[in-house]
Ligand binder design. Structure first.
Ligand SMILES: [Zn+2]
Length: 219
């Protein structure tokens, strides 16, 4: 079992929210850190991942019992480990139609979505020069039940498996780090979850090993 405090901040280094979700449990240093232990953890993670609109967490707290939010967090962990097995099986090659049957559990979650469309004011950050309109169509969601917290995650996974190239999914090369990321570099050269976290440490370890080998030879 992991301890909740002190924990380092959750990791958002994967280049995609669905892989960041896999990384909500990980071994960034030497021991396992679980960032999704209870309902408060889940809502904090969703907010940091920008998957939960402002105000939803407060509404959830007002309308649900903490035990209900903890229960949906347990479901989120099950979804996470289901997705991890899926990624382990399919990373390294593009997905074909035959994966559809395996994605059925995800479709079961997605069909519960209480989403609706609305015209809203376009935010400044979303003006990309393709239109002069100050209004945009946005898909919003009714956050009526605790398990609606699973929907932005299921949606991120669905987006990922339908739009990203799974041959670019990698896990960090430094043991025991298990973090996944999407290698978006042109030459598929990314090897570490992050340079500061694992890249430098792996290089230092290699350097120490070389010195050791060198001095052993001189003896
Ligand atoms: Zn790493």
């Amino acid at each position: 079992m992991t301890t909740k405090d002190p924990r380092p901040p959750a990791m958002f280094i994967a280049g995609d929210p669905s892989l960041d979700f896999l990384n909500s449990i990980g071994t960034p240093a030497d021991k396992v850190v679980e960032w999704l232990e209870d309902g408060e953890d889940l809502m904090a993670w969703l907010q940091q991942a920008e998957l939960l609109p402002p105000g939803v967490a407060a509404t959830m707290r007002a309308n649900c019992f903490p035990a209900e939010l903890d229960a949906v967090t347990a479901q989120a962990r099950v979804l996470r480990e289901w997705f991890r097995a899926f990624i382990f099986k399919h990373k390294g090659h593009a997905l074909g139609r035959d994966a559809l049957e395996e994605l059925e559990p995800l479709n079961r979650i997605l069909e519960r979505d209480d989403a609706y469309g609305a015209i809203v004011a376009r935010s400044v950050e979303r003006r990309d020069g393709s239109t002069n309109s100050e209004l945009e169509w946005r898909t919003l969601r009714r956050w009526r039940t605790p398990d609606s917290l699973l929907l932005p995650i299921a949606r991120a996974i669905a987006n990922f498996v339908t739009s990203e190239d799974l041959s670019r999914v990698k896990s960090c090369e430094r043991s025991p780090c298990t973090l996944f990321f999407l290698d978006r570099t042109r030459g598929h050269a990314r090897r570490w979850c992050s340079m500061t976290l694992c890249g430098n440490r792996a290089k230092q370890a290699l350097h120490r090993a070389r010195i050791k080998k060198h001095s052993a030879r001189r003896k």
